[in-house]
Design a protein around this ligand. Structure first.
Ligand code: ADP
Ligand code: GLC
Length: 495
């Protein structure tokens, strides 16, 4: 099958979070399963210099963006057999210090930047000699592609466009812009209605994807259920309920080629489930690196995160406040809201022997924290999938998570299965509930046999992509069936 993936960030080229990891890994996994995959993504600052093997493609985009015309170039890099990444070059839009924002402020022209990107994707899907069998878009940044394609089919003579699939990685980010931004799509006004891209008189890119994509997936089965409810539906739950038959919850896989404890240049010491000495050595090395007392016996907790409300940062700060009177150590790597950054930094100042905080983004340190810690804290308010808890499992770092979204789907608590338990879950969103989870962790830590079993179960948990690929292929089939059904009906989704 020929699959075109459109994604606004892709590891190892660009990354702000799990989206990039998932994009890179899904592309690889589909290619390894024998499919032909092309990923299309913006050419952000610095990528070309880091990947000099990239080549310019004979292709020019010249696309209307409202009243103006915008030009772009195309670059390509073959990553491996069956997997090529296309980069859209538009220096005005993408050659900037940030991907979506700078100093925590979103770029004012994000609508223009990603509508342009979406138009480039539709153009490639339509005119490239390599014709995709499915166009798979991700999150709001490319969620307008299905409606752009549909319009070209209905009104601009695109005979037989491929079906489209939208993956929602996080419903809380919808790409909402003032109504005037709709003009940048150059779509007819009939698409800007409450049954289309309009959301309370504004343009909502993700909603357009939910209405017009042939199939919709999200990144865990539980989150697929949650987003059809009012409490986690972010105002779009009714739209999602309408599309329930085409909505699939598919848990992300892990790229174990990147996230492993044996062949990993970021880790000073390798280890395996049966030879854990390297893990203890990584703990001592990280304590030294971050200026904490080198103590083998002190239970070490860690978090690596965007510092946003979603991640449960407020309850983590509250729970730590309570728990730091115990003999524990805690390490944070994160960046985001300055209020939260300051909150952790204050904690580190007050407890210099117990807390180490690194504000910023550091891939190597993220691996070292996963490898060094005994427990990983992830108390999210909501979590579509979450990757760090799965990385923690593989690294033998027992996750303490709130039972929501993909966290609930990927971690097994003692109350669910005493023999297979690999983590600790709590339900209520409160500092008290998290503190109780931490106390349970300490109780397990105090029983070496039990702790060993948790750790072994964790390291043996398998979230490899092989199975996941099959689930995406089923979603693509469903998209095909749905799109064929739409063809045979006069009353389609078009307003
Ligand atoms: P989300 O995408 O919602 O931020 P995920 O758990 O899906 O959450 O993925 C987060 C990814 O981003 C992981 O690969 C994690 O290691 C990485 N990450 C988050 N913050 C940092 C940071 N400050 N430094 C390095 N990596 C980070
Ligand atoms: C989003 C979600 C996260 C998920 C990631 C990859 O960033 O917040 O839960 O793991 O996308 O799908």
């Amino acid at each position: 099958m020929k699959i075109l993936l459109a994604i606004s960030e892709v590891h190892p080229f660009s990354k702000t979070g799990g989206l990039a990891d998932m994009a890179g890994a899904l592309g690889k996994a589909l290619a390894h399963a024998g499919h032909e995959v092309r990923i299309v993504t913006p050419l952000y600052r610095g990528i070309r210099e880091k990947f000099p093997a990239m080549r310019r493609v004979e292709w020019q985009f010249n696309l209307p963006l409202g009243a103006k015309w915008e030009q772009g170039n195309l670059w390509a890099l073959e990553l491996e057999k069956g997997l090529t990444v296309y980069f859209i070059e538009h220096p005005g839009f993408f050659d900037r210090p940030g991907i979506y924002q700078e100093n925590n402020i979103s770029y004012a022209d994000n609508a223009a930047r990603f509508i342009f990107f979406s138009k480039c994707v539709a153009q490639l899907a339509r005119y490239s000699p390599w014709r995709p069998d499915v166009v798979h878009v991700h999150d709001w940044q490319s969620a307008l592609v299905p409606v752009l394609m549909l319009h070209q089919k209905r009104a601009e003579g695109w005979g037989n466009p491929p079906p489209t699939c939208l993956t929602i990685h996080n419903l809380a980010y919808q790409g909402i812009f003032p109504a005037g931004a709709f003009a940048l799509t150059n779509l007819p006004a009939e698409f800007f209605t409450p049954d289309g891209a309009e959301f309370y008189k504004q343009l909502n890119c993700l909603k357009a994807g939910i209405v017009f994509a042939d199939a919709i997936t999200t990144v865990s089965p539980r989150y697929a259920r949650e987003i059809t409810t009012e409490s986690l539906g972010c105002g779009l739950d009714d739209r999602l309920r309408q599309r329930r038959k085409q909505l699939f919850g598919i848990l992300n896989g892990v790229d174990y080629g990147e996230w492993n404890t044996t062949k990993n240049s970021f880790l000073p010491h390798a280890y395996t489930v049966t030879r854990l000495a390297g893990k203890a050595a990584n703990k001592l090395a990280l304590q030294k690196e971050l200026g904490l007392p080198q103590r083998k016996d002190a239970p070490l907790f860690g978090t690596i995160s965007r510092l946003a409300e979603q991640k449960g940062v407020d309850i983590e700060l509250g729970a730590l406040e309570e728990m730091l009177s115990s003999d524990i150590q805690f390490i944070l790597l994160g960046s985001g809201s300055s209020v939260f950054e300051r909150g952790y930094q204050k904690l580190a100042k007050r407890f210099p022997d117990k807390v180490a905080v690194r504000v910023g983004y550091d891939e190597g340190l993220a691996h070292r924290i996963e490898a060094a810690c005994d427990f990983y804290l992830m108390p999210s308010q909501f979590e579509p999938c979450g990757l760090n808890q799965m990385y923690s499992l593989r690294y033998g770092t027992v996750p303490v998570v709130r039972a929501t979204g993909g966290l609930d789907d990927s971690v097994i608590d003692f109350t669910q299965d005493t023999m297979r338990a690999n983590g600790i879950k709590f339900q209520e969103y409160s500092a008290r509930a998290l503190a109780k989870g931490i106390r349970k962790a300490l109780a397990i830590y105090g029983q070496p046999e039990l702790f060993r079993r948790f750790r072994q179960n964790a390291m043996r948990a398998d979230f490899s992509w092989e199975q996941t690929v099959g689930e995406y292929l089923r979603a693509y089939d469903a998209a095909k069936v749905f799109s064929a059904g739409q063809d045979s009906q006069t009353a389609g989704r078009v307003p």
